[in-house]
Design a protein around this ligand. Structure first.
Ligand code: PSU
Ligand code: MN
Length: 333
């Protein structure tokens, strides 16, 4: 079997051969593999949108996950940006996946390892297949110079997080990695007010798109006000640009409410969440297994209504995110 150092040096040579002009040393060292399309876009300043992969492996069932992943990439392209789905395949962090790689990840499903920041090193060391969460995706996006990242929902402070300390590393990543994350807010499986408090502590600018209120993923409203409102992709681009120019070092969270016509009934979702939370407690499901468990349970209890809403909001985020990436690239011209 090929040793990992020779695999890395082979990759490194390949990268040098493919992208001699690229100045990012981590790419040149072969620590991360860019798809040819993403490499080309980054080297010419063309807009790029990063996409995560836990949503594919753990967030949705097969084959809807694959279908959605392909549609989301298509929406990003139709709106003028290059999609860069991030995942670790056979121990190699990849930014930009081929159709075959996307299919592989979707069929692996939960056999792929859910990979947050803390998991990156051991997935790479064991040459595993890792589906990156928001924290790990931000890390790799930032490493290669991608400023805009689209997902569905981010992790947050879990309910009773003040006792369990279960606080997603997505929030600390937002505190230390300068990438703008476009999401539909935070699911009400989490404690939304505490999630916003935690983001404030981390120094993260939370902006709501076309509203003054932070959205609650399946529904447009959470009852929590935000301190920053943005109304257009240009507004978002200026915000991101200011953050980058000042080298604040923090991420930006842009919360886009689910389109009205796709929002689920708040009452239906809330009762499903209550049942799912009780079941998670009874079965003692904790740690990084909790979010995927709750997502699947809520989907089952709502007879697929939550999955349909989830897919619709991710596509909408892809549309908005691509426009933001385009506006940001224009600002830099
Ligand atoms: N929320 C969703 N769908 C998801 C996730 C969260 O609505 O797929 C995934 C994302 O990858 C997110 C991760 O980064 O779960 C957070 O997991 P945890 O709570 O274990 O930090
Ligand atoms: Mn957790």
């Amino acid at each position: 079997m090929e040793s990992s150092s020779s695999a890395l040096s082979r990759l490194s040579n390949l990268q040098r051969h493919l992208h001699p002009q690229h100045s990012n040393s981590k790419i040149q060292q072969g620590l991360v593999k860019l798809s040819p399309e993403v490499a080309e876009a980054l080297s010419t300043g063309h807009p790029v949108v990063a996409l995560e992969s836990t949503i594919i492996s753990h967030g949705m069932p097969y084959p809807k996950n694959l279908e959605t992943a392909k549609e989301v990439e298509a929406i990003v392209r139709e709106n003028g940006a290059v999609p860069a789905t991030v995942a670790i395949l056979d121990g190699v962090p990849c930014v930009g996946l081929s159709m075959g790689e996307l299919e592989r990840l979707a069929t692996l499903g939960t056999k792929a390892q859910k990979t947050a920041r803390r998991d990156i090193a051991h997935v790479v060391a064991n040459r595993g297949n890792g589906a990156t969460t928001v924290s790990a995706t931000m890390f790799f996006a930032s490493m290669v110079g991608i400023h805009v990242f689209v997902t569905g929902g981010i992790g947050g402070v879990h309910r009773h997080g003040e006792q369990t300390m279960d606080i997603s590393s997505d929030l600390t990543e937002l505190g230390r990695t300068p990438v703008a994350v476009i999401s539909a807010g935070v699911k009400s499986i989490l404690d939304i007010p505490r999630t916003l408090e935690y983001l404030e502590t981390q120094g993260v600018c939370v902006a709501a798109y076309n509203t003054n209120e932070f959205p609650a993923f399946f529904t447009e409203r959470s009852g929590c006000k935000v301190h920053c409102r943005v109304d257009t992709p240009d507004d978002c681009a200026r915000l991101i640009d200011a953050n980058l120019k000042l080298k604040l070092g923090t991420g930006t969270l842009i919360a886009v409410p689910i389109p009205k016509e796709h929002s689920a009934s708040g009452g239906l979702i809330e009762s499903a969440i209550q049942i799912a939370l009780r079941e998670a407690r009874d079965k003692n499901i904790t740690g990084n297994a909790e979010t995927p468990f709750l997502l699947a349970k809520v989907n089952e209890l709502t007879g697929g209504a939550s999955l349909a809403s989830n897919i619709a909001l991710v596509k909408n985020n892809a549309l908005v995110g691509a426009k933001i990436a385009v506006a940001l690239a224009q600002l830099k011209e």
